[in-house]
Design a protein around this ligand. Sequence first.
Ligand code: DGJ
Length: 689
Amino acid sequence: MISIKDNLFLLQTARMSYAFAVGRNNKLIHLYWGSRLEDICEVAKLKTQMDCASPANSLFYLEYRGQEPYDFMEPALLPIYDDGARGARLVYLSHVVENESLRVTLKDEHYPLEVTLVYELFGDLDVISRKAVIRNCGETDIRLDSVKSATLNLPPIAGNYRVTHYSGEWGAEFGVNQCELTQMQLVMENHRGTCASHQHVPFVALDAESAVTETSGDVYFAALKWSGNFKISIEQGYSGNVCITGGINDFDMEWTLKPNESFETPALCCGFSAGGFERMTEILYDWQLDWLAPREKAHAIRPIIYNSWYPYLFDINETNLTALIPKAADIGAELFVIDDGWMPKRVNDKAGLGDWVADKSRFPNGLRPISDACHAQGMLFGLWVEPEMANPDSDLYRAHQEWFLSDPKRPNFLKRSQLTLDFSQDCVRDWAIGWLDKLITDLQLDYLKWDMNRYLSEYGTDHSMPIRYIQNLYAVWKSLNERHPNVLFENCASGGGRADFGMVEFADRINRSDNAHPKDVMILHEGFSRLFVPKTAGGAGNIAKDPDVPLPFRIHLGMTGSMSIGIDLLKASQETLNELRAATAYFKIVRADLQDSYVYRIASARQHPYCIWQYVRRDRKSFGLFGFAHGMREWEHCQQPRFKMRGLLPDAIYTTEDGTSYTGRELMSIGLQLLFKRQDYASFFKFFK
Ligand code: DGJ
């Protein structure tokens, strides 16, 4: 709900309020962000305090910073005008409310520049989206050296905030990191150009550590919907004033606004949990499932995938794939995906990338017979592509060198033997839409796995390229989504490189990591599932090789996300095939519940040699309990703690598959004794309904 009265603006969600006001000298001043207030009058005193504060102190709480005199915190906006003057001195001009959105327009006091701050609500959900639209109302160019989405001011607290962020690398994504914020500027950013999450997920959470746990206390969080270079700065001044400034990275970028042009930033969305980190995760799941992912309704259940990558790598051909299809159908796979390796000369990563036709020598009849064979077996059919890249040894590169990112005088840097197409060029965007659309249609694809396997090293001469690249990338995804509403899309970037909230609205599955080793997945999935809906957690095969790990352990891990099988079914023993068949059959019974669940880390693999994850259906009517142990010491087997469940309805009855019933209260107060088998890689799954 949006309320406006006497220059006060109050945005309310179920359990959060956010307020600002037109203050002294017409400056827009932030007043409040935190637990829900009932009435706009409750922030009126804050406005009076701000109006009486010294000019310097009121600068601490600017709603959108434009480098005011004596404001030394990170500006969100840094324009440079034609006479060389810098910065914005923004004052309130007007506002308009439309449905669930509020647009407040500010103007510079001296230069022809307007900034519209856009606030959008998601029903009652405790998240508000913020972005800025910058408009050149003059007759000469304005250069934007920095153009962030929002400034978010946090309430000053006694002591320091703790910052939680998620960082990592290829094969080690979603690491959970925490540190104390003192009087400093802490910057999280990405310089890789086309993706962020192999450096930092564009997301941050702040809490007052002493009062906050997994299940209690106030957590403020911000998620940026941008997949390219980003910067989130968290800053604390001497007086304890704290603000987050986030958006497109100002590093090595420049955007020129011509007269009458505007620039719209990506959204920086802010949320609040009064129930610790677990409630934060619940809010993030609801946001994705109910709001961000419009395709969710058509694709609520993720099919069980068989993928060729782990068992065959580039060694695929019509013969082995055709033999695999009935085997995959027989073990219960619902979607058969051909991964990398289907193009001409693509027998390793040195050639063929960019030429999006099937290799005649290995697929003499093309891929359509394979698609038809999958459909005849009742399976969906999917294909891997990497549209942003090509090997120099490809017809595409030979024909269109001008489409590739390069520096005028330096040789291009090769990574994985590949170069990057310049998606900032509109002709490249249109080419990508054209061939992908045709490929999906011609091959009757039900699934497209979009991969991206290197970062940018050449930036060319146009400093707006990194921004235009991502804008065009999103345009391609949007167009494919619209043209093919029934096709499932996977967002893969060497694993989880592009796992971010910008991509959530386009992709139904996220490749969590190329690291599918079960002992690492125990940790990776905890980081992933703090932010992203677990049913989107993919990978080429989360039930893959790793013969040292018992198959049930791998199957249980596969059940925690979007199940995919990457085992060589042509060589697998009958016993393995039987086990896989039984596993998929069982998973199909509990899948709808698990895939609409919140995840509670009852015991974390970051603290123990085991983890216990409770998947509670969002309507709280059922739950699944996963346990994974690796490297347990003997004395840990002797301890027999009771684990208290969370998030259940106290009076509801939950019954296990062997018929034992518990009240929710019993499960949450007394808990369950959960024992692991005395073996390495022990696991269990229990289902309560
Ligand atoms: C990286 C992806 O993460 C893998 O799943 C696989 O598709 C390979 N690329 C193929 O080259």
